[in-house]
Design a protein. Structure first.
Length: 843
């Protein structure tokens, strides 16, 4: 059992002014102040948004029915140099935790400090790698000393501010390590020693709240082992006095440059959640609830996109993703209606037929809640339960808070859905609009090859990460090759190629100062091989290879030693006489980073910027700069990078991340209407095939001043900065579609038969922003409407009154509700189950 009680007594004596909660656990649940709790949690990683967004994200989480906010702690953000800590701005973990507390929510602090998370190097600071004798994530003394030091530092900081529940704070839970059990076999017998050490180390820090390890079936007492995955209903913890907990229910999936975008249908996500609570789970966390943005060089991978949207219930820009957010909110309410029965007893599950299961939580005092599931992927079913009959769509769960009436079925969505779009700013329709970038562009060419005094020469090819220590994405490998007049390699380029093998992630080759070719790896294999035709001249020839990383690996056994860069061979091959010269072991000259990085061009303040003679376009290695006024309004803002190649961008000195609109997703595997029935996987539902994996890049509003903002780009491949534009994220339409046989809205749930008889299903609409009203009903049909939001059409059966009824109820109001029944609309087709579908716009 967790050490909470003893610590609580101690604190009660030493800190008389704050009221601490005692957090322990038993086989059913986390126990807070003696009460078992059913908790719903969601991940929001503080550095993936800006502090000014945090209160709104947290409030939207609370409104969505979350009890707990989960975040990792990102070691490499907080300790970029050993012993030098940084908790400012987006790194202000303390402020984030306090804001969650202010909102009245709880915190699960996953310290790691290895976090995976598609975060650069899994969250480890690069300097760890250079500690003599270190081996990461195993029974290695130098590593354990560092891991303990940082973990203790974080715990200490939290204690200083009384942020643990045991001190009256919001933190009810902490995680040590992360999914080590997935890869521990690669570390041999040391793995077990390490995990036992990590458990003991964490416990010794006396937080007064329980610790978890995820995906760690051998987590020693008192650590709770928890499940991560798309489904965790079949999970059982490793001891019968630990509760069944789910630390990562993947609400979607991350995206990678060159890949299509994964999405996860909400019907399936809701199904997974309901199944988990049905089968005894009491704590579930969405990974992610808000994914956000990988600003700067924080993405892992390699090749993880700058966007970490994740198809999460709150989108990258902080707007509700509907109907995902709303439907899950309903699911949470439905589950909470069952909480008392759920925590009072153990579930009892019986079969109602093939693929059909009923689970009942029934107490001696007569409380009863039930979950009915159809886990079949094909057929809807009608089941008999307690003498009543229930319709159960395939791959769905119905929740019955009184063991009799259905409050929600996971496949039936009551929530409004929204269609959002990006609107170019200033809008093209506005004839008075000028270009967003009023001042025009200035630039500086980045020299090809070695230009810095800090360059050095070494024989042979150096691995990149060991060389740059990740101080920069860029490493130049430069070589001068002497050609005598009679070499077979001289000529017009059709007969000689430069062959380069690299561990990745991206490579640009320049011959005698001119761009000659490039190559890139991908998310499944980062290696790059290029064969570049070359024309060599007699005398000195310059070969300059610019090798780039696109986020360091974050997952897998020994991910930290995977390496990158031109490890060779590098060869000249002549087809004239088949001869090859291997250049790999020559004296290569190296430059870590770019001249422009050394000069601090990203801030835009250098005196070197020029507008003469003409703006270079579609040329590699150019720094660009412009100034701009903040686009008007307060809608979330993005930069549309169409027209550019690949690079990094800064606004007022802050990096908005790596851009790469020319990296196009493959053409296969996408579907607009993914069948939610059946097990989801990260490749099941994909969109955006044949399009840039990421074209729009989030620009936080708080980084802008009204005017005089500086935008700096470093363009690697070549592009036209004048094509760059701003876009704001706007809600285009709100929609809802409710059938006559939908359950009542969750908010109206009652087990009183009389009230249920008179109430029917209700369609509700609400504009996303408080200052908006419904201004237009674009579509309304009561009958058998077809299509989805944005493409509704009338079916054969449709009531003539639909539009006027809906207009009357909704126009001019922020929200409206309409009963979905023939008493409101008349009956356009007796005997047929009808639906009401509405599309509206808000202004
Ligand atoms: C898990 C890991 C998370 C994240 C997730 C995928 O394995 O624990 O940190 O990487 O996968 O998004």
């Amino acid at each position: 059992m967790a050490a909470g009680f003893g610590l609580l007594l101690f604190l009660a004596v030493t800190t008389p002014f704050c009221f601490g909660a005692n957090v322990t656990y038993d086989h059913r649940a986390l126990v807070i102040d003696g009460k078992r709790r059913v908790l719903v949690s969601g991940s929001i990683h503080y550095p993936r948004s800006t502090p000014d967004m945090w209160p709104d994200l947290i409030q939207k989480s609370k409104d969505g029915g979350l009890d707990v906010i989960e975040t990792y702690v990102f070691w490499n953000l907080h300790e970029p140099v050993r012993g030098q800590y940084d908790f400012e701005g987006r790194k202000d973990l303390m402020k984030f935790v306090k804001l969650v507390k202010e909102a009245g929510l709880l915190v699960h602090l996953r310290i790691g400090p290895y976090v995976c998370a598609e975060w650069n190097y899994g969250g480890f600071p690069l300097w760890l790698h250079f500690i003599p004798g270190i081996v990461l994530r195993t029974n290695n003394e130098p590593f354990k000393a560092e891991m303990k030091r940082f973990t203790a530092k974080i715990v200490d900081m939290m204690k200083q501010e009384n942020l643990y529940a045991s001190q009256g704070g919001p933190i009810i839970l902490s995680q040590i390590e992360n999914e080590y059990g997935n890869i521990d076999s690669a570390y041999g017998s040391d793995a077990k020693t390490y995990i036992n050490w990590a458990a003991a180390m964490a416990t010794s820090l006396d937080t007064g709240v329980p610790w978890v390890m995820c995906q760690q079936s051998d987590a020693p007492n008192p650590i709770i082992n928890t499940c991560n995955g798309f489904y965790c209903d079949q999970f059982t913890p490793n001891s019968n006095n630990k509760p069944k907990m789910w630390t990562e229910n993947w609400s979607g999936w991350f995206s990678a440059f060159g890949d299509p975008l994964p999405y996860r249908p909400v019907e399936d996500l809701a199904f997974s959640v309901a199944r988990f609570y049905q089968l005894g789970g009491t704590f579930q966390n969405y990974y992610m609830y808000h994914g956000g943005t990988n600003f700067g060089r924080s993405t892992g991978g390699p090749f993880i996109t700058t966007s970490y949207d994740y198809d999460a219930p709150i989108d990258e820009y902080g707007l509700l993703r509907q109907p995902k957010w709303g439907h899950l909110k309903d699911v949470h309410k439905a589950i909470k209606l069952c909480e008392e029965a759920m925590v009072a007893t153990d579930p009892k599950t019986t079969s109602l037929g093939s693929n059909l299961e009923a689970t009942v939580y029934k107490t001696g005092s007569g409380q009863c809640a039930a979950f009915l599931a159809n886990v079949g992927t094909q057929s809807d079913a009608t089941v008999k339960f307690n003498g009543n009959s229930y319709n159960l769509p395939a791959w769905s769960v119905s929740i019955l808070p009184d063991c009799k009436n259905v409050v929600l079925n996971t496949a039936k969505i009551n929530s409004v859905s929204t269609m959002t779009k990006f609107v170019r700013q200033p809008s093209k329709d506005d004839s008075t609009a000028t270009d967003a970038f009023v001042s025009g562009w200035s630039w500086i060419n980045e020299p090809v090859g070695i230009s810095s005094d800090s360059a050095f020469t070494k024989p042979g090819l150096l691995e990149q990460i060991n060389t740059t220590a990740d101080q920069s994405d860029y490493l130049w490998y430069s070589l001068s090759v002497e050609m005598k007049g009679d070499e077979p390699f001289l000529g017009d380029g059709s007969q000689t190629v430069l062959h380069v093998d690299s561990l990745g992630h991206v490579l640009y080759a320049f011959i005698n100062g001119k761009f000659a070719g490039s190559g890139k790896g991908g998310s499944s294999n980062s290696k790059v091989s290029i064969n570049v035709p070359m024309s060599l001249q007699p005398g000195k020839n310059k070969i300059d290879l610019l090798s780039l990383t696109v986020g360091l690996a974050n997952y897998g056994a020994f991910f930290d030693t995977r390496g990158a860069g031109v490890t060779g061979p590098v060869q000249l091959k002549s087809s004239k006489n088949g001869s090859t010269i291997d250049l790999s072991s020559q004296q290569w000259t190296y430059q870590i980073g770019l001249k422009g990085e050394e000069l601090g061009l990203a801030s835009g303040t250098s005196s070197l910027w020029t507008t003469e003679p003409t703006l270079p376009k579609n040329q590699p290695l150019v720094w660009y700069k412009t100034t701009f006024d903040a686009p008007s309004g307060s809608s979330p803002l993005a930069l549309d990078f169409m027209g550019l190649g690949k690079g990094q961008a800064w606004i007022n000195g802050q990096s908005i991340g790596r851009y790469w609109p020319t990296n196009i997703a493959g053409n296969s595997g996408c579907t607009d209407s993914c069948n939610y029935r059946g097990a989801y996987s990260s490749s099941k539902c994909l969109k955006n095939c044949g399009k840039p994996s990421q074209q729009l890049y989030h620009v936080p509003r708080s980084w802008l001043k009204p005017s005089g903002n500086i935008l700096v780009l470093f363009e690697e491949m070549g592009g036209n900065p004048t094509q760059l534009s701003f876009a704001t994220r706007e809600t285009q339409s709100i929609c809802a579609r409710i059938s006559e046989n939908h359950p009542l809205p969750v908010d109206m749930w009652t087990s009183d038969d009389e009230t249920r008889k008179t109430a029917g299903p209700i369609l509700s609409l609400a504009c996303p922003l408080a200052n908006q009203v419904i201004s237009e009903i674009k579509f309304a049909s009561f009958g058998t409407p077809r299509g989805t939001c944005g493409s509704f059409s009338h079916g054969r059966c449709t009531s003539k009154m639909a539009r006027s009824v809906v207009e009357k109820a909704c126009i001019g109001s922020r929200s409206c509700s309409i009963g979905v029944s023939v008493s409101t609309f008349g009956d356009p087709c007796a005997g047929i189950t009808k639906s009401l579908a509405v599309e509206a716009s808000c202004t």
